[in-house]
Design a protein around this ligand. Structure first.
Ligand code: SAH
Ligand code: SF4
Ligand code: F3S
Length: 448
């Protein structure tokens, strides 16, 4: 047992999805509330939290190379940092990490990180601890209230997944679907707005499965939550991600036509355009049902920007089935999308399916799919040239006097002028590139 001095500085490194980013922020706030300061850029921290992702093999392997790098850098200066592994790899491979990486003294799952302070005390005494319990909600009650926020904030409203897509680890790493209570969310949203948020993105693995009760005890879904939050003064924009096609309600579609603060953007993963593959993935809808769902969003909000996730090379995927995916892409015209090569994950049904697709075929299909998605992204950006919209200023650009922000359609827009982070600026969209657009300011900031 080696004791360590209590850490004075910390660094939290988050990988994976936005929910991990949210968890990373909350862990940072928790450590700060214990009197530990964030390490300055370029400075070695006394405590490093690796907030990991297990979704694909590459993401999961990263944690071991990161631990090795931290140990090496620590030994060079004669001071190893305390290392905590958090997130989905911790949940899935906690014991293996402890066995393989003795430099790690804390392993903490995504539902247990409120216990970090006690685990840290043990680590200082030289004891290793692991906590991968999954008590629903307890974490949120135990965390300190929000006090810091950028102009665009994340708010986790729903966690876990009951869908069990046959390729996916999330139901195992994040547990069953749970919804945080309305009152807690309203309070957290208010704190974020007080701390400077103008936009809030509601997060959940299946965010549109959120259910709760409004202050009068009436049952509400995600659309009811969005409606209630839209009433809060100071909050100008609402987004949500990620949705599942099977949990889309009439109310959520209607909300896009009625609530001005709800941004015209929908991330609705489909994974494949082949009905046979969708069935083998346990996605519970056909390609055509997905397309008809999108039509209904477009009917109430014609300018809505669509986004999705795709997997190429799912076991047994034929060339003809892959072409069905390309056809679906052509039919939708996505504003942006994420695409991945299928990665077999231990413990999931697809990992032991026959006819695993070769890496070469996956590479080739991914390239073709990404070429189509990039083409559509540029086409979407070009189609918005000349439009007038508000942009939320999120950060400084590379050059002095240059700013970067997001359009309502989640495009990155850069422009010049005398602004501040958090301003909502009226711009005209000019030249479009594949990943961003230039904007010309029409009007100075909209008052808060
Ligand atoms: N709950 C969301 C997001 C899940 S993870 C949803 O249902 O869409 C984000 C994306 O990672 C998925 O949409 C899927 O495209 C991809 N993904 C998940 N498991 C994967 C695997 N085993 N191999 C490759 N991509 C995967
Ligand atoms: Fe994974 Fe499917 Fe759940 Fe999304 S819906 S988290 S892809 S199991
Ligand atoms: Fe990764 Fe876990 Fe998110 S596996 S994608 S960090 S829920």
């Amino acid at each position: 047992m080696t004791t360590s001095p209590p850490p004075k500085t910390y660094r939290v490194k988050s990988f994976g999805c936005q929910m991990n980013v949210y968890d990373g922020e909350r862990m940072s706030e928790l450590l700060a509330s214990q009197g530990i300061a964030p390490a300055a850029d370029g400075e070695d921290a006394d405590l490093v939290v690796l907030n990991t992702c297990h979704i694909r093999e590459k993401a999961a392997d990263k944690v071991y190379s990161d631990i090795g790098r931290l140990v090496k850098a620590g030994d060079k200066v004669g001071k190893r940092p305390l290392i905590a592994v958090a997130g989905c790899v911790a949940q899935a491979e906690g014991e293996e990490i402890m066995a393989r990486a003795p430099a790690v003294s804390m392993v903490v799952g995504p539902q247990a990180y409120h216990r970090l302070p006690e685990m840290l005390e043990a680590a200082v005494r030289g004891e290793s601890t692991s906590d991968t319990d999954m008590p629903p909600i307890a974490k949120f009650d135990a965390l300190p209230a929000r006090r810091r926020s950028g102009p665009s904030a994340f708010l986790t409203v729903q966690e876990g997944c009951d869908k069990f897509c046959t390729y996916c680890v999330v139901p195992y790493t994040r547990g069953a679907e749970i919804s945080r209570p309305y009152n807690d969310l309203a309070a957290e949203a208010d704190r974020l707005v007080e701390a400077g948020a103008r936009e809030i993105t509601l997060l959940g693995q299946n965010v549109n499965a959120w259910t709760g009760e409004d202050p009068h005890g009436r049952p509400i879904g995600l659309d009811g939550l969005i409606r209630a939050l839209a009433e809060r003064p100071g909050l100008h924009r609402i987004r949500y991600t990620t949705s599942h096609p099977s949990d889309v309600t009439d109310g959520l579609i209607a909300a896009h036509g009625e609530i001005e603060k709800l941004m015209p953007f929908l991330h609705l993963p489909v994974q494949s355009g082949s009905d046979r593959v969708l069935k083998a993935m346990n996605r519970s809808h056909t390609a055509d049902e997905y397309l008809r769902l999108l039509d209904r969003f477009r009917a109430v909000r014609p300018d809505i920007a669509l986004s999705g996730d795709f997997i190429v090379g799912f076991p047994g995927e034929t060339e003809a089935e892959f072409i069905d995916t390309l056809r679906l892409v052509d039919a939708v015209g996505y504003a942006q999308a994420f695409s991945f090569k299928y990665s077999p994950r231990p413990g999931t049904p697809a990992a032991t399916m026959e006819d695993q697709v070769s890496p070469e075929v996956m590479d080739e299909r991914l390239q073709r799919l990404q070429a189509a998605l990039n083409r559509d992204q540029l086409a979407f950006n070009r189609a918005t040239q000349g439009r007038r919209c508000t942009v939320l200023v999120e950060r400084h650009g590379k050059k002095p006097g240059q700013w970067l922000g997001k359009s309502p359609w989640l495009q990155s827009v850069w422009f010049e002028g005398d602004h501040a982070i958090g301003d909502l600026v009226e711009v005209e969209l000019l030249e479009a590139g594949p990943n961003s657009l230039e904007g010309r300011v029409l009007q100075q900031p909209v008052p808060a």
